[in-house]
Design a protein around this ligand. Structure first.
Ligand code: BTN
Length: 446
């Protein structure tokens, strides 16, 4: 059988229960099926019901997805997701709370079994079909604003069944009647199973997100409480340094309540470094690496710093806070000269989509971090050490680390199961360093 890689436009609607959550969950279930990749999601629009009007207002959105499923298999997955979202205990006997419609299906393959191939375009060849269960393209809804407007956001050049480009239709005010923007894109970011129940609290300005997360912890906040601020007036760096936190950066703290020992904290910050590096690679295709123990660099310049802080009650850990600062789109001229020289920003501060990019990066960091953290708790650090090694650019380099004021020089050969850096000195001795400031190279050399 031919593999049918397809680009598909799906419409989502909900008018019962937590409508935003229903659509978000439907998208997540599709994505988590592993058979559908959600590549773009429109804003959410609130619309008045059409036809039977004695019901609540709808929320609608459109998504573009990629899949190898045939149209009919995709339809049955969508129906299954509708049912699973609708099976929430609050709406036991209630009507459906989520509708997912396939609007258009474009196949990249030349599988003639798909039959009735229509227009070809950037998305592939449009599939047309008419069966008792599925008609493609969707037969009825092309005059409705709640489909046209979100679809035009996702792909303005799409040609709809009557031959017009979708972007030309939204010029007409008529299309906007009975509809309002409920929440602008990007509102949906894939949150994987590992961080189900994690909550993000956002502030405009705080002294330090680590302090707010610690305060929340003291009043009973649970694991996975995340604090994000637009700016920090007294951001903290390691070794008592100031962490400059102008607008445009990601200033994030994650509250954790693991039953671990104090020496495990080094492991947590390495895990965070890997999570951030892989998120930067995924989101921006930039070659981010971890500099042991706590930094993320691109081309030798620091783009992220990590500050783990803990509180113990006796010998038992009450909580740990992992503070993560990423220069996403900051004005580096606002940094002091010495910091500016060694730092970089991922995007220029006037990049027009910076806030969307920051949201996507945040989601990716939290997904990666929660996955690694869960694996660390269930299987131990050794299981993720290989992944850590792959991201850690310090390994194999000539380094100098200051320990108790004494410089240790040698080649960083490995990281041990306690997250310590192993430095092989000239005399052939392996020194395991728990923490410290690493300089790459030998001081005074070249
Ligand atoms: C370092 O490299 O020195 C660590 C910097 C850590 C900065 C982050 S930003 C979010 C969190 N809140 C803080 O006050 N610090 C951390």
């Amino acid at each position: 059988m031919t593999r049918t890689h397809a680009h598909v436009y799906l419409a989502f609607g909900s008018n019962l229960g937590d409508r935003r959550e229903n659509i978000a969950e439907g998208l997540a279930m599709l994505h988590e099926s592993g058979q559908v990749k959600v590549t773009e999601v429109s804003s959410l629009y609130e619309t008045e019901p059409v036809g039977y009007t004695q019901q609540g207002l709808f929320l609608n959105a459109v998504a573009r997805v990629e899949t190898d499923l045939s149209p009919l298999d995709l339809l049955s997955l969508c129906k299954d997701v509708e049912v699973r979202v609708g099976r929430k205990p609050t709406v036991r006997w209630g009507p459906r709370i989520l509708d997912i419609d396939i609007l258009m299906y474009f196949a990249e393959s030349d599988d003639t079994l798909l039959s009735g191939l229509g227009n070809s375009g950037e998305d592939g060849t449009e599939v047309k079909m008419d069966t008792p269960t599925l008609t493609l393209p969707h037969p009825r809804i092309w005059e409705r604003g709640f489909v046209i407007i979100p679809l035009a956001e996702v792909n303005p050049d799409l040609v709809i069944p009557d031959g017009r480009r979708i972007k030309s239709l939204i010029q007409d005010l008529q299309v906007w009647t009975g509809l309002r923007l409920f929440e602008a894109a990007p509102w949906w970011h894939y949150a994987d199973q590992n961080r189900k129940g994690w909550q993000v609290t956002r502030f405009t300005e705080v002294e330090s997100t680590n302090t707010i997360a610690a305060n929340l912890a003291s009043v009973g906040a649970t694991e996975g409480t995340c604090v994000i601020a637009e700016t920090q007036s007294a951001g903290r760096g390691r070794r008592g340094r100031v962490w400059h936190s102008p607008p445009g950066g990601l200033w994030l703290s994650i509250l954790l309540r693991p039953t671990i020992q104090s020496q495990d904290v080094g492991r947590l910050s390495l895990i965070a470094g890997v999570a951030v590096s892989s998120a930067i690679r995924e989101t921006f295709q930039l070659p981010a690496v971890v500099k042991w123990p706590n930094d993320v660099l691109i081309s030798g310049k620091k783009v992220c710093g990590i500050l783990p802080e803990t509180r113990f009650l006796g010998d038992k850990m009450d909580f740990a806070i992992v503070g993560i600062g990423v220069n996403v789109a900051i004005d580096t001229d606002l940094l002091p000269l010495d910091v500016k020289e060694t730092s970089a920003t991922l995007l220029s501060p006037d990049y027009p989509y910076a806030s969307g990019a920051r949201e996507a990066l945040t989601a990716s960091i939290l997904n990666n971090f929660s996955r690694l953290y869960k694996q660390f708790l269930s299987e131990g650090f050794l299981e993720i050490l290989q992944e850590v090694r792959e991201y850690c650019d310090t390994l194999g380099r000539e380094v100098t680390v200051s320990r108790l004021g004494m410089p240790i020089q040698g080649i960083a050969v490995d990281i041990d199961s306690d997250a310590r850096l192993i430095i092989r000195t000239k005399s052939g001795e392996d020194v395991h360093v728990i923490s410290g400031e690493v300089s790459i190279g030998v001081p005074g050399a070249g």
